[in-house]
Design a protein. Sequence first.
Length: 129
Amino acid sequence: MALPYLSGVDHCHLNVANLEQAVTWYKTVLGFHIVPELAVWDEGKGPLTLEDTGATVRLALFEAEGKSKGIAFGASGEQFIAWLKHFHELNIKTVLADHQLTYSVYFQDLSGNSHEITSHDHVYITANI
């Protein structure tokens, strides 16, 4: 039997220290918004589902203790450079990593969850940073 294909990431579960502050952070920094049709699931402490402007990435936020595993978002070379500028403008602490085949920029949200934006456009980024 052949292994079924995956269509991508549906959503990622994230524990946050303060649900309201986390929603504001994800809106301001990454442009996410609450998914209205899924907001009924929120019982005050989550899950509250957010989605990016392209409707390609969803996050389920839970107000809970403990850090959750982070997310690796994908980006083209141009998008990656734009994210570096965006984070700089917002004073978001980042760590840039040249993995020789890809580039990654690592950052944390308000609750200390680590995230990554990665790009496979190594040649473009090398020429433009």
